[in-house]
Ligand binder design. Sequence first.
Ligand code: C5P
Length: 315
Amino acid sequence: MRSYSLIAPAKINLYLEIIGSRPDGYHELAMILQSIDLSDQIDIHASSTENIRVYCDHPQVPIDQSNLVYKAAALMAREFPKAFSNFGGVDITIKKHIPVAAGLAGGSSNAAAVLVGMDLLWNLGLTQSELEELGASLGSDVPFCIGGGTAIATGRGEQLSPLQSLDNLHIVLAKYRSLEVSTPWAYKTYRQQFGVNYIQDSEGLAARASAFHSEDMVKAILNKNTENIAQKLHNDLEKVVLPAYPQVWQLRELFASQPGVLGTMMSGSGPSVFAIVESQNQGQIVKERIREAIPDEDLELFVTHTIKHGIKIAQ
Ligand code: C5P
């Protein structure tokens, strides 16, 4: 095959706890990541040139070497020079549906799709863990985005323990189009304000990460108990992002006050906010109520649900 079309789903964080600093300057995290049915499409075509070219008609998405998609293709070319010289470069088209700079791992998922797509295009036969290892060098969320579903993520976010997948948890998701939160800013500000509480020693960090595997949120997921999952939603980054972005705080409060909302939380470093609801129908009702309360066209709203998969070939 000379081309592949891949589905690249977004993720939300059902849980994000910052437990300490790492020698590499990143943070040690305990997270639960969850794929949702809101996806970009990535088309990869072998171009028979030596170039990597990225196409995207979304005004907020760069198409130069700063795009993670470009970096993923360049990484594959460096790692597999024989395949690169046999098959040549690639043209990559991103069809964007996932809000940009939203805490939904849109860019990471696009990069994950490029790794999976080029593995197929170049007949490399890489395993999922080999792909995840390549992904970890591109970004902390990339390894999760490859397999997707539901997973505990520790370390930088790249150490994954898959959980029994939660499909069909109903979600309403909201994001102000023009609002972007810088992930490095969110973590840096958190470190400035709460760094004194970090676990300092490596044994303590490892113990916290390991204890997390048997905590209430994980149990709620294993028991598929939607109400408990909704009650245990947690995101430490809310402590710095919500005060700095009052619009996001108000949105979250509005979600929390809606009948039928079981729980609400910001995803990742924001500014997207999601709510867990009982049914798709309830999701539509909540979406309409939010739209009535905030008739601002800048606010994007989606009714979606959790899914069991990460990157897959488009049908
Ligand atoms: O890994 P990724 O490029 O997605 O991370 C973006 C930024 O978020 C990093 O540059 C870092 O500032 C922050 N970060 C962190 N600790 C993590 C993950 C991300 O401090 N575990």
